[in-house]
Ligand binder design. Structure first.
Ligand code: ADP
Length: 501
């Protein structure tokens, strides 16, 4: 398949968007990179170039940060009254809704994922979250504090807190849910009154740049949102050390998260880190397997396993092991593999050659360490980055595939013998992002949920995200939350004010 074959049914709007090199958005203007350089964004279904994109580096980041700084300090956004700020955000959400099919198509093209899923999940939640956050500017309030200063008993004081935007925020996002991550980051920053420099992942810059167009159409004041595509070690790194950036919000690997926390420490930036995971899905002996088997399959195979909270370690009691393995293999072997632009294909390419090689390396490693290859394990086709949904059985905690995040369609199934040991087995990881338990017994839920060290625990479901539910990790999966009202708190400072009468 060539890109022309893969993309022959694309809409006019998407064709138009990819017909010329895409640029950088700084201070409301689209421009080339200062260096004049570009990079290619690739169609993962064919391995061919979709379009060239301006390659921002530290010079462009500096210009973008200065624009965001001026927009923040001069107050066209931070000082705007909340109802007006809210209206801009609703306008953006409306434009995203009007362009939802285009955004979904562009996402499917750039990331490789299923276009119908992108429309129903990625893009819809991205829109809903901007709307959810648009409701907050009018509800950001401090407290009145009853004061009794012991060393000034005769004076009268009034104390209160003001909630203020953190300032200029650098937002660095990954390639697995590009438009959704863009919304998760922009929504609370804009609601709080912050200004932004956003760096999309180099693998998938297109939907963020399209949203940039919509931000311009919505009439946001110049410099409020700046979008600089480019590489992590150049553009991303420049953002993390820029002295005029007040906060970094990052979603990506734990490895890069650690580099960013260290880099941001020199200027003591406020940081939010949503990092990797190795999330357990735990089938309990009383589980309804009609739900648990397809649920466990979707926990890992959704988005080709390129999900930071994917249920990549599946715990199954001895008593159910054969039945679960058989059911899971049936699901894996029946999934249709192919380009995400055809909505019938439920297994789509991984995002890049690098990711493909990494995942194939893990599959080999798992087999070499003695895991049973129950299903999949192979490349599909000779073009693009397709890997069959893969099940590794009888895995154990010593294996690399169980300890490390694979970020691909590979589930490691582990047996357990005793329900009392399962929470500690599930917690036996450096990560703590998500977990699911599958049971019909409310007692199990009450007992096990508090024992799990993870930021999200799902019961009889997995990977369910909602705009109202805070999402973020424990342990080396990071700190701070995206979504829900806690996401807003991460973009606010508290100022204590004391007035003496
Ligand atoms: P993944 O493992 O999902 O590819 P990464 O953590 O490598 O994720 O990348 C997530 C984002 O972080 C991307 O936008 C990438 O460009 C950026 N990034 C990578 N390295 C750095 C770095 N040293 N400093 C800042 N950003 C970086």
């Amino acid at each position: 398949m060539t890109i022309a074959e893969n993309t022959e049914n694309l809409s006019e709007k998407v064709r138009d968007f990819i017909s010329s090199p895409r640029k950088i958005l700084i201070n409301g203007q689209w421009s080339d990179a200062a260096s004049g350089k570009t990079f290619d964004t690739i169609d993962p279904a064919t391995g061919e170039v979709i379009v060239k994109v301006a390659e921002g580096d530290s010079v462009d980041i500096d210009r973008a940060v200065k624009a965001a700084r001026a927009a923040f300090d001069d107050g066209p956004w931070s000082g705007m009254n909340p109802t007006t700020r809210e209206r801009y955000m609703h306008r953006l959400a409306d434009l995203m809704e009007e362009n939802a099919d285009t955004l979904a198509e562009l996402e499917a093209l750039d990331n490789g994922k299923n276009v119908a899923v992108a429309r129903a999940v990625d893009i819809q939640i991205a829109i809903d979250f901007i709307r959810y956050m648009a409701g907050w500017p009018t509800k950001i309030t401090g407290d009145i504090l009853p004061m009794s200063v012991p060393y000034a008993p005769d004076a009268k004081f009034m104390g209160y807190t003001l909630k203020e935007p953190v300032g200029v925020v650098g937002q660095i996002i990954p390639w697995n849910f590009p438009a959704l991550m863009c919304s998760w980051k922009l929504g609370p920053a804009l609601a709080a009154g912050c200004t932004v420099v956003l760096k999309p992942a180099e693998e998938t810059p297109l939907t963020a740049l399209y949203i940039g167009e919509l931000i311009c159409q919505a009439g946001f004041p110049e410099g409020v949102v700046n979008i600089v595509p480019g590489y992590g070690h150049t553009a991303g790194a420049a953002l993390t050390v820029h002295e005029q950036v007040d906060k970094i919000s990052f979603t990506g690997s734990t490895e890069v998260g650690k580099l960013i926390v260290k880099a941001a420490a020199d200027t003591m930036k406020n940081v939010t880190m949503e990092l990797g995971g190795k999330s357990p899905a735990i089938i309990l002996p009383d589980a309804d397997l009609e739900i648990a088997i397809p649920g466990a399959a979707s926990a890992i195979f959704f988005n080709q396993g390129q999900v930071c909270c994917a249920g990549s370690r599946l715990f199954v009691p001895d008593s159910l092991y054969d039945q679960v393995i058989e059911g899971l293999a049936e699901v894996a072997n029946s999934m249709k593999i192919g380009s995400g632009l055809n909505p019938e294909n439920m297994v789509n390419p991984l995002v890049s050659q690098v990711q493909f090689d990494r995942v194939m390396g893990y599959i080999k490693s798992g087999c070499a360490e003695g895991a049973d290859l129950i299903a999949g394990g192979n490349r599909r086709g000779d073009k693009g980055y397709f890997i069959e949904p893969t099940i590794l059985g009888n895995t154990n905690r010593e294996m690399k595939v169980v300890r490390e995040e694979i970020f691909g369609p590979v589930v490691c199934v582990q047996r357990y013998h005793d329900i009392d040991e399962v929470a500690s087995l599930a917690n036996d990881t450096i990560y703590g992002l998500g977990a699911s338990i599958w049971t019909r017994d409310v007692g199990n839920i009450i007992n096990i949920v508090p024992k799990i060290r993870a930021g999200s625990v799902w019961v009889n479901c997995h990977n369910i995200l909602d705009v109202v539910m805070p999402f973020g990790g424990y342990k080396q999966s990071g700190f701070g939350k995206d979504m829900g009202k806690e996401a807003l708190a991460a973009y606010l400072e508290t100022k204590s004010v004391c007035i003496m009468a």
